[in-house]
Design a protein around this ligand. Structure first.
Ligand SMILES: Cc1cc2nc3c(=O)[nH]c(=O)nc-3n(C[C@H](O)[C@H](O)[C@H](O)COP(=O)(O)O)c2cc1C
Length: 234
């Protein structure tokens, strides 16, 4: 998550519309996923304000079954390097010989180790939409369908967090059936809108959850959550 423009708001939010504050409708209409971030430092106070606003999101029983971890600076760089390395290794195996695949399987450490599958098989109609969105993105970037290297490089940008200087990882309680992710989803959307209000651009990235080990190393939440089976995404 990165900032494109900062507008500091030192006063607590008012219930009366302020002319400098965008409406919820404006935030909804103007928010979009940004995939090229500046390296402009995002102030911790601003992130904390955004999180506080988002934490007003509703959840079943008001239990708020999610946690947030933040990475910026060196930590963010360390996590992005680890994730890109995982992606590059996995891609080399995928494109490699059967022997390479078998060796990687036996050696371990390359295959996705996230808490759930991030590559899904969509039903036909949804698959068409999924492909149309992907094609739209690659067309804009000038990457053709048969340009495997180009596509892989663009995919790798996900694991760099598109160079965002600040990343929030959302961890969600895994034992609540659909309600954990539902509550977390409402929270995430609230977060995006609160960020939008503050002039902070964002991109939700489910793909980053493909590997959990680079996060486990740094964030206790994955090890010592109250959850029997925590899931995470960011
Ligand atoms: C749960 C979720 C996961 C997503 N994962 C990714 C991702 O891994 N990479 C990415 O570039 N965009 C990702 N997106 C962004 C969507 O592609 C984007 O929201 C959608 O295409 C609509 O575009 P908009 O956000 O600009 O309105 C994700 C969005 C959501 C809600």
């Amino acid at each position: 998550m990165s900032i494109s423009m900062v507008r500091s708001q030192s006063n607590p939010p008012s219930t009366m519309p302020d002319e400098n504050v965008i409406s919820v409708s404006q935030a909804l209409r103007t928010r979009r996923s940004v995939r090229a971030f500046s390296n402009q430092y995002l102030d911790d106070t601003l992130v904390s304000e955004i999180l506080q606003t988002a934490s007003a999101a509703p959840s079943w029983g008001n239990v708020q079954p999610y946690r947030v971890a933040m990475a910026s600076g060196e930590l963010c760089d360390e996590v992005r390097t680890a994730l890109v390395t995982k992606y590059r290794q996995a891609t080399a195996v995928k494109n490699g010989s059967l022997m390479k695949k078998l060796t990687a399987l036996l050696k371990g450490g390359v295959l996705p180790d996230g808490d759930y599958k991030t590559l899904l098989k969509y039903p036909r109609e949804l698959n068409d939409r999924y492909f149309a969105t992907g094609k739209g993105l690659y067309d804009v970037l000038g990457i053709s369908r048969d340009d495997r290297k180009g596509r892989e490089s663009q995919m790798a940008r996900n694991f760099c967090f598109f160079d965002a200087p600040t990343v929030l990882f959302i961890f969600c309680e895994g034992s609540l059936g659909p309600y954990g992710p539902l509550d977390a989803g409402i929270f995430v959307q609230s977060l995006l809108l609160a960020a939008q209000e503050q002039g902070v651009d964002t991109c939700v990235q489910g793909s980053v959850a493909t590997w959990a080990s680079p996060l486990r190393k740094h964030f206790d939440v994955l090890r010592s959550s109250c959850s029997s089976k925590p899931v995470h995404y960011c």
